[in-house]
Ligand binder design. Structure first.
Ligand SMILES: [Zn+2]
Length: 101
């Protein structure tokens, strides 16, 4: 039926995009780091992208991290206050973890 042809056109492959909290650009998930807040309100870097909880995304760049920190975008996205201690921890994890794909 003619109807099916229309469906085919919509079936192009789409890369899932997420917004970086630093530069606010939409980027493929793979190019971003996921930061997650779990039920216990613990904030951590999710290097595998599968940790349960509320997630936020950020580029693998220190500049974006600092922006998200200053603008409090990260706190807003995760809906929890984030202490300096946690930020330092996140920063170290960001620097250390070149995320394996
Ligand atoms: Zn960014």
């Amino acid at each position: 039926m003619a109807k099916d042809r229309g469906v085919m056109l919509l079936k192009r492959k789409r890369v899932p995009l997420r917004m970086c909290l630093g530069c606010r650009e939409m980027k493929p998930k793979k190019e971003l780091i996921r930061i997650v807040r779990n039920k216990e309100n613990e904030v951590s870097v999710d290097l595998v992208g599968k940790k349960p909880g509320r997630g936020a995304y950020i580029c693998k760049a220190e500049a974006c991290f600092e922006k998200a920190r200053k603008s409090k975008g990260l706190e807003r996205a995760l809906e929890t206050p984030i202490s300096e201690e946690i930020y330092e921890l996140l920063k170290r994890q960001l620097e250390a973890g070149d995320v394996p794909q």
